[in-house]
Design a protein. Sequence first.
Length: 322
Amino acid sequence: MTTSSSRIDQFDGLRALAFLGVFAFHAVGIPYTWMGVDQFFVLSGYLITRNLLGLRRDARPRRAMAVFYYRRALRIIPPYYVALLAIFLLEPVPMSEAPWYFAFASNVRDTLYGPLKGQLLAMWSIAVEEQFYLLWPWLILLLPERRLRIAIVAAILIAPLARGILAPISSDAVYRLTISRTDFLGLGALIAWIDLHDVTWLARHRKHFLAGGGMAAGVFTALSLALPTFELEQHSTLYSTLGFSLEYGGHDDFVDDLYLVSEVRGRGLGRELIQFAINEAAKLGIRTLHLEVEAGNDRASALYRKAGFRETGRALMRLPLP
């Protein structure tokens, strides 16, 4: 499996598959190939932890830390900064945005203010990797051996918990923040730790991994088919049409342009349509529906009141944008 230089021959093939997945998603829009970025995180967690465990074995912590950061800086910063300079020169991006990207904090910026379109859109994943590199060596190189497994398992478990907490607040936080991605990075780290302590363990349990992967794929497919609220994409139709309200404690939606031509009015169709909208909203887990009524349209107001809508005592205001 490895060469004399301990290089893993199959690693480049896995990275190529991950790259092709990300490229296919952004360039062609092939569904689900966005998972290539998750594969990148697993591979990075494995490779970095494997290198750190080797440094831990062969050098003192201070020396190991210096070697690791020197290699990472030399490998990542020059090409990344060159790419950023080219993007800022060629695209109409405000220079006020530059510090976020040059400081490897674009994932935080995107969470706070929303992602920028264009070539900078994918830079969040590099920020995740670099933030991982800042913390992870301290844990791997300085923790006692008996606590390494605990730290790795904790990294895997903390991400689902973080996503659960952040999901009602921001989908960008779930997708882009490092704490939401440590399960993939930690999974790669766990594989590296196992491989170091028992090189045949993974091969002996290959059937179990294949069975687990098949079960996970089945659960993923079942959820996507059975639940209309299951998010397959961050920018799905559901996320593009629903809002999130802190006041009402969940998703809210706006009933817009409910209109019946005069020939079909008075037949109960309006009542049926509004009830249909209420029922569908309930199925999607929406907590609150909003609508607007023209001043003086008493007939429509009476219909909505019968359906359960109430005036809020607030004025509806809007600002059309170019």
